[in-house]
Design a protein around this ligand. Structure first.
Ligand code: AMP
Length: 284
């Protein structure tokens, strides 16, 4: 039976016992409503660690005031069943007051690489992410934590934070898991109606075009690649571009000429739903 923990103290008590036995711990931080993208992280954590903790928490402080915190899909029983099936040892499902005391006042802020891409569009988002992830690292005492390339900027920001603050943890990046038709799996895909679901394919389709230009045609001018992606997306009536960027991986510094590892990341509104997708040329 999977252990269900609701408070940091409950997690800590069990983790302390695991540590005494010298067991390695893998952490998979999620906001729940788990799908095969999350499952891939849990499977990898299962392969590489003696114990696996999945955190399942819709973190209020990483949502902006006009964002979808209330509407964000939740299904704890299904999440628990999937975690159990995948062999996770513990699912940590706190309520906001378990994580944030009334006079909570300590935040983790990573400068500069949070000013671009999603960070530029979602002020305060990465401050909320870095704060909750720091807490989860401390609560879980994990040796390794697993993050998806789906949220590539998040992966880069967490790696930077871990390096800068000497967190004793290894960050493992995992590839993007897609639906059969190419749409990157996301809990937010549930917001899409039938027409929007079809329109959402433009994200992966446009990125494929961009990737072909770089890898097959040897185009090294970032603007040319971004323009091609933009043209493809603009042909989809339900799509509205939030950003198309090509940056150095994983410093996220601006790139004009593509001559090393790069992240090509896009954010596109399909109707009211904001979706992100990306590809990386080079090692994740
Ligand atoms: P979330 O629940 O959306 O916060 O995501 C939790 C973790 O799962 C993050 O590290 C995500 O990058 C990862 N993840 C979400 N969707 C996917 C996907 N389609 N493929 C791989 N990883 C994913």
């Amino acid at each position: 039976m999977i252990i269900v923990a609701h408070t940091p103290a409950e997690v800590r008590e069990i983790v302390d016992a695991w540590k005494v036995q010298n067991l390695s711990i893998g952490l998979v931080p999620t906001m729940g409503f788990l799908h095969e993208g999350h499952a891939s992280l849990i499977k990898k954590a299962r392969e590489e660690n003696d114990r696996v903790i999945v955190s399942d928490f819709v973190n209020p402080i990483q949502f902006g005031p006009s964002e979808d915190f209330e509407a964000y899909p939740r299904d704890f029983e299904a999440d628990k069943a999937l975690c159990e099936e995948l062999g996770a040892d513990m699912i940590f499902n706190p309520e906001a007051p378990d994580m944030y005391a009334e006079n909570f006042s300590t935040y983790v802020n990573v400068d500069e690489i949070t000013d671009v891409l999603c960070g530029a569009k979602r002020p305060g988002h990465f401050k909320g992410v870095c704060t909750v992830v720091s807490k989860l690292f401390n609560i879980s005492g994990a040796d390794r934590a697993y993050f998806g390339q789906k949220d590539a900027q998040q992966l880069a920001v967490i790696r930077r934070m871990v390096r800068d603050l000497n967190f004793p943890i290894e960050i493992v990046g995992c590839p993007i898991i897609r639906e059969d038709d190419g749409l990157a799996k996301s809990s937010r895909n549930t917001y899409l109606n039938e027409a929007e679901r079809k329109a959402a394919l433009v994200l992966n389709r446009s990125l494929q075009k961009g990737m072909e230009l770089i890898l097959d045609d040897g185009i090294d001018d970032a603007k040319t690649v971004k323009d091609a992606i933009r043209m493809e997306i603009e042909q989809e009536g339900l799509a509205m571009i939030d950003y198309i960027e090509i940056v150095e991986w994983d410093s996220l510094a601006n790139v004009n000429k593509i001559d090393g590892p790069v992240l090509c990341a896009i954010a596109v509104y399909i109707g009211k739903t904001r979706l992100i997708d990306n590809f990386i040329v080079g090692e994740v």
